[in-house]
Each structure stands twice: as structure tokens, then as C-alpha cells.
Write a protein of this length. Structure first.
Length: 590
């Protein structure tokens, strides 16, 4: 073993130990490892920042933007209400998500399937009261398992097919992977459904302040218009979209205030007073095509992407205290609408326009950034911690799904690489105003991308120093002295172990020739061994960096590095135990 190889193994081992120790943030650890690798000479200075241009960084960043655009569109919420109106328990929600992601991953890029379903997971988390972390890691693992079922489901299957053709003259076909992949997917999802309790309940630390200031009892008014889907429907249908978080406190018809009976039929121009969290009221407004109080802030046909919603509190020194919204006429004098008001410990019964504002009231304001900034300054209002408030923000429902569908279609037919296709989809979100420019960098999880970019050259030092070849030689020597089932298991375990440090396609390129030469030397057929390499390279359940699906959920799930082995280690052991006999049965070695 050379000095360079010893240093490479030491740096990577030390980095993994600090990751598991979890005393420092993951991006800081990765950057320290990169600096150490450059200082010790295993990463050349000119290659130190090559990770920032790597396809994986582009794919993960773009997928986060695309997923945010899909969530913002509101179409996911509508689909849930239409097709799964009564899916309220955590086990049934998790079953739907993992099965759907796995099936989609068999035919489209697994990171694309995961990006589609992540907004659904957040919606289910709100409904069930569970942490999103309980959904996201099982979904990521299900995406990896589903990708095993077809040739196009994951990169290792494609690479190993090409290598088989070079070695034997015959490539694996589209569904040669299906028997083994389907078995592993069924076994793996069954495990995830029964052992989901191994996943810790996490909250994203970056959102801790926002969670503290979340307002739960806004009062708002919505009007039934000619375009509303709730016209001539019962009031109970309107409230249903709020998932039990919103109540109707009154219905105003003409000059009459009516009791909010559930079977009350909604008429044109009815005003419904609602109380509940802004996110739940937003679902009601967007799905029912209702009109919020206030006047339009842009002219017909003008873009409205500069319009935002913001929460502010009436301070002790605010000149708004003692005045009503009608007296202020902010819509006309300032270009700002008051969409909702929250008063701690009190249910508001007056109309928003007539309500006298008091110190401590929280206002949900709608307007341009410039007009809101001026209003806050001029009237002594204090903005609350920044968080995304969707109520009153217009969405373009089908554009995000169209962008994502085009990206996956172009990669499926080979017109563009995955990185280019997803980057174009993310750009399409901006060009077609599906997501405002100001929200783009909120969607991109900076620490995740920095961690990835720093880890790529560090991990690659294992290859450039010859460390991966050294491991391959050791494996070949050991495997020659083992029975066929043990050698097959060793190849599979080795591919799983190497994948976090090489990308999964590189793992196949390193391990497949070893597996094939071992099989040929003992007079065995190589198919089972090549399949074992593909399975091992496609099943990284132990780290957030071995596959982009795991990385994609790392930040949104609020996970720690050490969370992955808690669920991933027993799942990996189960995959190994099932794979070896299944491979020998489906792909006999003699």
C-alpha cells in the first residue's frame, strides 16, 4: 500500500467518523475534509473545486427547485383530495408513497419520481401530524429499490448491461432485471412499512424560529365567485379541503349574517368567514377558486410574480392601533391588502374591514415587496420571521408538472443527460413564473450542495490514488477461495460498501470486471455476478451521499448523517440475504 493510498483511506475514514459523531454541520465537515485532502496532496489544488461542476450537484439542486415548484402549484393537494380523500393514517399514507415512488422509479429516473412525490409527503405530514422525516427516508429507499426493476430504472443497470455486451456479446434487456428487482422491491417495501419506526422524527433546524412564530388562528374572508368550484355546493365541502384545521365562523349573504351550518348551500357572492392556519386556508382558496378580501393589485394581463404575502405584528408604537382596515383603505392608498388577522386568545366575529386593530394583532398582508417595506416602516409594524406564506399568492398549476414531464421524457429517450434536463426544467419554472425569483434560492438547500461539491473530489481520491484498485485486488483474491454463494454475497456487499465513496456508475465500472473475471475463472456464468454488482451499486441505504435520492431528502427531512444506518443497515442486510438465493435461482451459474 502506497503513502497516497494510506492518506486517502485515513482522510475518508476520519471524515466518516466525524460525520457519525455529528457535532459539526455536515457541510463544514465536508469542507474541512476537502482542505485536508488538498493539504496532504491526495487532491490536486486544481481539482479542489471540481465538485461544484459535477452533474450530481446540478441534479440535486435542480430537483429541489422542481419539487418546490410542484409543491407551490397546489395541484398535488387537489389530486390528494380527489383520489385519496380519506387517507388520513400514517401507515396507509406511507404505503401509498413508497409503492408509488417504487413503481414510478422503474420507468423514469428515480430522482424524478422522488421529486414528484415529495410534496405529497409534506401534505400527508400536515394531515397526520407526523414529521416529514418519517416519510422521506423510506420514500428515498423505495425509489432506489424501484429502480432495480428495469434496465432504465437506475444508472448501474444501464452500465452493467453495456459491460455484459462487451464481455459476452449480449446485453441485458429491459426486463431482465424485473424478476430480481420485483422481489427485492416487495421485500424492501414490506420492511419499510413494518420498521418505519426506526426512522427518527426530525425537524429541519433552519426552520426552528419559524415554527415558534407560526400563527394558528387567522381569521379571513373568502367570496364565492362565478368561477368557484364550490358554487351551489354545501359549506361542508368548502371546509373539507382544510383537513379539519379550518372552521367557518359565519356566512354573509347580502346584509344577512347566517349561521355556518354544514349543509348550507353556497350562493354567488356569499362571503364566508374562516378561521385557521394560513396554509390550510390557502388549500381551501386554491382548490375552491375562491376570492380573498381586497382588490386586485395588478392590472388584467400584467404579471403578478412580484406580489408576496407577509406576516406583521401591530407594535406598541404603531399608528394602526385603534383604526380599522376600512378607515385605512390600504388597498387604495398603499397597494396592500389585509388578507387575514390573528388576535391571540380571541375569536374574531367582526368583518375584517370593520375590525378595529389593536396592539399585538398579527396581520397577513399582500402586496409588492416595495409597498410592504414602506408600509412596515411608515406605520411601525414588525415583520415576523421570514417563512413562506402562500395564502393570496397566485399559482400556475400545470407548468411545474409539464416541466418535470418534459425533463423525464428527454432523459428517457436519450435526448439530453439528466443534469441538463433537470436544469432546464428548473429554469422553466422561473421563465414561466411558476416560482418567483426570490424563492429560487430558498428552494435550493445550500449546505447540501456545498457538502456534495466538497465530497466529490475527496471521494475520488480513492480512485486516483489506486485505492479502489487495491480493494478490487483484495476482493478478487478472497473470492477465489469461497463457495459460489459466499463469493456472490461478497461481491454484493463490496459494491454496497464502495458506492458511498464512488458514484454508483463508477462502482459498476470498478466491480463488474472483477466479478466477471472471477466467475469466468471458476467456469461460472457471469450474469448472477454482474447482477449482484448492479444491485449493490443501486442500493446505498447507509449514507446521504452515495445516491442523489438520499441527498435530496437529507435537508428537507432534517436528518443527521447517522440517521441513515438506523433504517438502512437492517434493510441492506435483508437485501443481501434475499438477493443471493434469488440470483442463484433466476440466473443459474452453471
Amino acid at each position: 500500500m502506497t503513502t497516497q493510498q494510506i492518506i486517502a483511506f485515513s482522510v475518508i475514514g476520519l471524515m466518516m467518523a466525524v460525520f457519525i459523531w455529528d457535532r459539526f454541520r455536515y457541510d463544514v465537515v465536508a469542507c474541512c475534509a476537502l482542505v485536508l485532502a488538498v493539504a496532504t496532496g491526495i487532491v490536486p489544488p486544481e481539482k479542489a473545486f471540481s465538485g461544484f461542476s459535477d452533474d450530481i450537484v446540478i441534479i440535486v439542486g435542480s430537483a429541489l427547485i422542481v419539487s418546490a415548484g410542484v409543491a407551490r402549484s397546489g395541484i398535488v393537494d387537489a389530486a390528494i383530495k380527489r383520489f385519496f380523500p380519506n387517507l388520513n393514517t400514517f401507515p396507509t399514507q406511507l404505503a401509498l408513497l413508497t409503492i408509488a415512488v417504487a413503481l414510478l422509479s422503474a420507468f423514469i429516473k428515480n430522482i424524478g419520481a422522488l421529486a414528484i412525490m415529495m410534496p405529497v409527503a409534506f401534505q400527508f405530514a400536515r394531515k397526520s401530524g407526523a414529521s416529514p422525516s418519517k416519510y422521506l427516508m423510506p420514500m428515498s429507499f423505495a425509489a432506489l429499490l424501484g429502480g432495480l426493476m428495469t434496465q432504465v430504472g437506475t444508472s448501474p443497470n444501464i452500465v452493467v448491461s453495456r459491460l455484459r455486451e462487451e464481455m459476452t456479446g449480449t446485453s441485458f434487456t429491459m426486463f431482465d432485471f424485473t424478476p430480481i428487482g420485483a422481489i427485492l422491491t416487495v421485500v424492501g417495501i414490506t420492511f419499510l412499512l413494518f420498521f418505519h419506526w426506526l426512522v427518527p422524527s426530525r425537524t429541519k433546524q433552519d426552520h426552528a424560529i419559524e415554527d415558534v412564530v407560526e400563527i394558528k388562528n387567522y381569521t379571513s374572508e373568502v367570496a364565492i365567485t362565478g368561477q368557484s368550484t364550490l358554487l351551489e355546493r354545501a359549506l361542508s365541502d368548502l371546509v373539507k379541503a382544510g383537513d379539519g384545521e379550518v372552521i367557518a365562523t359565519a356566512v354573509l349573504r347580502g346584509g344577512t349574517r347566517m349561521a355556518p351550518f354544514p349543509d348550507l348551500t353556497l350562493r354567488l357572492d356569499d362571503i364566508v368567514m374562516l378561521e385557521g392556519p394560513s396554509a390550510a386556508m390557502d388549500r381551501i382558496v386554491s382548490q375552491g377558486k375562491l376570492k380573498l378580501s381586497g382588490k386586485p393589485l395588478t392590472k388584467e394581463g400584467q404579471p403578478d410574480t412580484h406580489i408576496i404575502s407577509l406576516e406583521a405584528i401591530v407594535s406598541q408604537d404603531s399608528s394602526l392601533a385603534g383604526l380599522s382596515a376600512k378607515e385605512l383603505a390600504l388597498s387604495y392608498t398603499r397597494g396592500v391588502n389585509i388578507l387575514a388577522i390573528s388576535r391571540r386568545g380571541e375569536r374574531l366575529k367582526e368583518r375584517l374591514g370593520s375590525l378595529t386593530l389593536g396592539v399585538g394583532d398579527v396581520l397577513l398582508l399582500q402586496g409588492s415587496r416595495a409597498s410592504l417595506a414602506a408600509l412596515l416602516q411608515d406605520f411601525g409594524l414588525l415583520p415576523l420571521a421570514q417563512r413562506e406564506v402562500m395564502l393570496g399568492i397566485r399559482r400556475r398549476a400545470f407548468i411545474p408538472l409539464l416541466m418535470l414531464a418534459l425533463a423525464m421524457a428527454t432523459t428517457a429517450v436519450g435526448l439530453a443527460p439528466v443534469a441538463v434536463a433537470f436544469f432546464a426544467a428548473a429554469l422553466g419554472m422561473v421563465v414561466f413564473r411558476a416560482i418567483p425569483l426570490t424563492d429560487i434560492y430558498k428552494a435550493v438547500d445550500g449546505p447540501i450542495l456545498v457538502m456534495l461539491a466538497a465530497l466529490i473530489p475527496v471521494s475520488d481520491s480513492l480512485r486516483t490514488s489506486g485505492g479502489s484498485d487495491l480493494i478490487a485486488g483484495w476482493l478478487g483474491a478472497v473470492a477465489m477461495n469461497l463457495p459460489v454463494w459466499a463469493a456472490l454475497g461478497l461481491i454484493l456487499v463490496s459494491a454496497m460498501a464502495v458506492t458511498p465513496f464512488l458514484n454508483n456508475a463508477a462502482t459498476v465500472l470498478v466491480m463488474a470486471p472483477i466479478a466477471a473475471s472471477f466467475a469466468t475463472g471458476l467456469g461460472f456464468r457471469p450474469e448472477a455476478f454482474l447482477m449482484a454488482v448492479a444491485i449493490g451499486a443501486g442500493c446505498d441505504f447507509l449514507t446521504p451521499v452515495g445516491h442523489q435520492c438520499n441527498t435530496l431528502v437529507f435537508g428537507p427531512g432534517g436528518y443527521k448523517f447517522s440517521d441513515y444506518p438506523r433504517l438502512g443497515l437492517p434493510l441492506s442486510a435483508l437485501i443481501i440475504l434475499v438477493s443471493v438465493p434469488a440470483l442463484l435461482f433466476v440466473w443459474p451459474v452453471k
